[in-house]
Each structure stands twice: as structure tokens, then as C-alpha cells.
Design a protein around this ligand. Structure first.
Ligand SMILES: *[C@@H]1O[C@H](CO)[C@@H](O)[C@H](O)[C@H]1NC(C)=O
Ligand SMILES: [Zn+2]
Length: 307
């Protein structure tokens, strides 16, 4: 349970005082009850993503040199489409609620030790460590930025990292209900038709996200923590399995930008109410790394330095 990713990165990098992982773990003692260590990087100015390497040149060099960095624009050809049920995903419900922490760079629900995991077709087993949120989305949905993105972070025994990404959109109460008839849509003008088509796949606001963000006001301050209400994880697991994953090999989207992270960006989107979105936004502020170059191509910062 204590086998956090921070520990593995610490081991890998020998001794570095401050490290973080996809908005996650900073220091080894962070899990002390009542203590949340705040990350030292940020998203704007001189601690922002253009200068992450300068915060720790040796340890964070992948941020400015890596050629498989995340996030990316999820354009066909840059990922492999996989059926949602091809990664064996199990996440038990958490009726007692889970720790919910403000790391300064994101808000995170701590899931280590709660039995969530996934099993790849090659037999590799990953345990769910945590899930956290970005505003706006980090991945770009084929050219379109989404209001938010959830990252579910998994870790294997051999310290491999896999992340499931899920876009979060804002509920449109005026959207046509699914199953709207063709004869009805034929009567609508082009804009309404487009909006209707875009809304057809949408569900009611996610009860998991509404539950989690109901507590976000309690952790408005970086370094604070609370507990969520009861978490019904099956809603999200069912949604993920019913969709597809856009899979690619990328990196952590936060320092130290470590590569060989297996990304699974779902084609299923979650929806939250507008008021919940505004509550989440007021705490998250802005915490999205800019889109990186196509996987395999030179790091954009290296190209910028040459130009
Ligand atoms: C994964 O969780 C199981 C129990 O659910 C535990 O026995 C195992 O050590 C965990 N593995 C890792 C890598 O955390
Ligand atoms: Zn993240």
C-alpha cells in the first residue's frame, strides 16, 4: 500500500528532495495522516512547463529532451484503438470514502490499497494508486480541448506505470435526450443537428464525480486534505469497458516527465453539472501541460532552442 510511485522514482533517481508524479507524489512522508506535501512545480511563469527541467536539470531532463512526451493531440495514427474490455479493469466501490488531497498542482483521490487494478493481455498486473484531475484537459480530443480530464494512475510490481485518461465535459441541460428520432432531427437547423449529434452519447452527470467534487471546497487550500463520500466506482468502470481506449506509449505529464508510461485515453467521456465544474475549476485553477510533439519526434523545447 505504501509502495507509491514517488518511492520508485526516488529509488530510480537516487536522492532528489522534490519529485512528483503526474500531479501526484512529492515526498515519501507525504502519506502521514493529516499531511499533504505540496508540489514545487507549477503551470505558469518560471515554475511552469517550459522551465520544468530548470527546476532540477538532472532529474527532469526528459521534460525538455524526451521524444515521447505527454500529453498529445489524440489524432488517428498516433495511437492504437483497443476495445475497453481488453485491459482487465477492476475497481471495487469504496463505501467508506477515500482520502482527497490538494497537492497544489491538482486534487487527488488516494486509492492505494483499495483493491483497484488492471491486468494486461500479457498478464502484467497494475494496482490503482490514485486518480486526479486537470483543468483544462491535457490530451486534446482530435484537435478539441475538453473542459477537464481525469487520470487514473496504476503501478505494476516492476514499477511500470499505466494511466487511464478520461475527458470530462460539462452537462448541457438543453441537449436532446438520447434516442431522439430521425424524423425529429430532420426538422432541426444544421447547428441544432450538430449539437444534437454531439450530445447523443452523453449521459447524466457522473455520480462519482459529483460525489468527489462535493468535497472539493473543503480542500481549497494547497496542502489540505479531507475524505470523499462513498465512491461508486462501477459507474466509471462500466463506462470505460463499454468504450474503446486510444493507447500509446508516452510520459508523466508532470516533472520528472518519465517516459514508458502506457496511456489509455478513453473514447468515453464523463459529464459533470455546470455548478460542479465551476467548483472544481475554482480549486484546480489551471493545471494542464501544453500538448507535446508527435511521439517519436524531437522535443518541442529542443526544436525551439535550435530555432
Ligand atoms: C497490489 O495489490 C495487492 C493487493 O490488492 C498487493 O498484494 C500487491 O502487493 C500490490 N502490488 C503493488 C505493486 O503494489
Ligand atoms: Zn495527470
Amino acid at each position: 500500500m505504501a509502495s507509491s510511485i514517488a518511492r520508485l522514482l526516488l529509488l530510480a533517481a537516487s536522492a532528489t528532495p522534490a519529485l512528483s508524479f503526474c500531479g501526484a507524489h512529492t515526498h515519501l512522508d507525504r502519506r502521514q495522516e493529516g499531511t499533504v506535501e505540496v508540489n514545487e512545480f507549477g503551470y505558469t511563469g518560471t515554475i511552469g512547463p517550459l522551465l520544468w527541467t530548470s527546476l532540477d536539470p538532472e532529474f527532469n531532463s526528459a521534460c525538455s529532451e524526451g521524444m515521447r512526451q505527454s500529453p498529445i493531440d489524440m489524432v488517428a495514427g498516433h495511437f492504437n484503438m483497443m476495445p475497453g474490455d481488453s485491459i482487465g479493469l477492476t475497481i471495487p466501490d469504496v463505501p467508506e470514502g477515500a482520502k482527497f488531497e490538494n497537492l497544489g498542482t491538482t486534487v487527488e483521490v488516494v486509492m492505494a490499497g483499495l483493491g483497484g487494478g488492471l491486468t494486461m493481455s500479457d498478464g502484467t498486473v497494475y494496482n490503482l494508486s490514485q486518480f486526479h484531475f486537470h483543468h483544462p484537459s491535457e490530451h486534446i480530443d482530435n484537435g478539441v480541448s475538453m473542459p477537464m480530464e481525469m487520470h487514473m494512475v496504476f503501478q505494476s510490481e516492476a514499477n511500470e506505470v499505466a494511466v487511464i485518461g478520461m475527458y470530462i465535459d460539462i452537462e448541457d441541460p438543453a441537449a436532446a435526450p438520447s434516442g431522439v428520432s430521425r424524423s425529429y432531427t430532420r426538422c432541426l437547423d444544421a447547428n441544432t443537428k450538430l449539437a444534437t449529434r454531439n450530445q447523443l452519447h452523453r449521459r447524466a452527470p457522473s455520480s462519482l464525480l459529483e460525489t468527489v467534487f462535493a468535497s472539493v471546497g473543503e480542500i481549497a487550500e494547497p496542502g489540505s486534505l479531507t475524505r470523499t463520500g462513498p465512491l461508486v466506482m462501477s459507474e466509471v468502470v462500466d463506462a470505460l469497458m463499454a468504450g474503446n481506449f486510444q493507447a500509446y506509449s508516452g510520459s508523466l505529464t508532470t516533472p520528472p516527465c518519465t517516459e514508458e508510461v502506457s496511456w489509455f485515453v478513453s473514447t468515453q467521456k464523463l459529464v459533470i453539472s455546470a455548478s460542479t465544474f465551476m467548483n472544481a475549476r475554482s480549486v484546480l485553477g489551471y493545471n494542464s501541460r501544453y500538448p507535446q510533439n508527435t511521439p517519436g519526434e524531437p522535443n518541442l523545447l529542443a526544436l525551439a532552442a535550435q530555432s
